[in-house]
Structure formats: structure tokens, C-alpha cells
Write a new protein. Structure first.
Length: 136
């Protein structure tokens, strides 16, 4: 049985580590299906594990009102970044700090693998090329 859902998601194209919240209106059989469908809609930050903020079941009338709001929203009408900057002055942009967000992994330096390092070591570092000299 098909149900109507309002999915609140993080939308992109507003800067790195920034997002804006949007409401999407989805027809699906369950909340899980609605969230998965919404995650792959264009503009949603689908690479982010926390891209879906909320999923609520709604009525058919609320679904129609929501679809009308989406069709009138300039954020969804913009076809490129220039149009978005011209049309969308009042978008509320939120920041997600990568240090606070556990879904974004911060890469740290690792110790070198000694075997791999020896494999690519310069030939004169080995004893065969020392020619009797002590190279420390």
C-alpha cells in the first residue's frame, strides 16, 4: 500500500561542509523506502550518512500542498549556480563542522609500512651498493 511521506534532508550546492534543509514529498511503502528514494534525489547530499534528517507520514492533501511549494521554490527552479545565486538570496545555510560530524572521516597520517618502503627504497641504500663504505 502506497503512503505519503515528507522527508527532511540535507541539500547541497551551497558550499563545502555546508547544507540547507529541504522538505521532499515522496510516495513509498515504508519510511525506509521513502528515505532511500529521497537520498538519491538530485541536490541531496547522498554521500553523507546523516543526509536524511526526518521522515514523517502525511496525508494526501498535505502531499499536494507540499508538491505545490516545491514547484514554486526558486532553489529547485535553478538550473545552474549562476541562477541559484540570482534567485536564492534568502536560503538558510547551515554548517556541519567535520570535526564534530562523525559521518565525515578525518584522515590522519599513518606510519609507513616498512616492507613497502624497502621495496621502493633507492638502490644505494642497500649494502650491495655501499662499496665498502659505512653508510648509516
Amino acid at each position: 500500500m502506497k503512503k505519503y511521506f515528507e522527508v527532511t534532508a540535507k541539500a547541497g550546492h551551497v558550499g563545502r561542509h555546508h547544507y540547507t534543509e529541504i522538505s521532499l514529498f515522496i510516495i513509498a511503502e515504508s519510511k525506509k523506502d521513502a528515505a532511500e528514494t529521497a537520498k538519491w534525489i538530485p541536490r541531496v547530499k547522498h554521500h553523507d550518512k546523516t543526509a536524511i534528517l526526518a521522515v514523517n507520514e502525511i496525508t494526501f492533501n498535505e502531499f499536494n500542498v507540499g508538491m505545490t511549494q516545491i514547484s514554486e521554490n526558486p532553489y529547485f527552479k535553478a538550473k545552474n549556480i549562476q541562477e541559484q545565486r540570482a534567485l536564492c538570496h534568502d536560503i538558510e545555510v547551515k554548517s556541519c563542522n567535520p570535526a564534530d560530524d562523525k559521518s565525515i572521516e578525518i584522515k590522519t597520517l599513518k606510519e609507513r609500512n616498512p616492507r613497502k618502503y624497502q621495496k621502493y627504497c633507492i638502490p644505494y641504500c642497500t649494502e650491495d651498493y655501499t662499496h665498502g663504505y659505512n653508510i648509516a
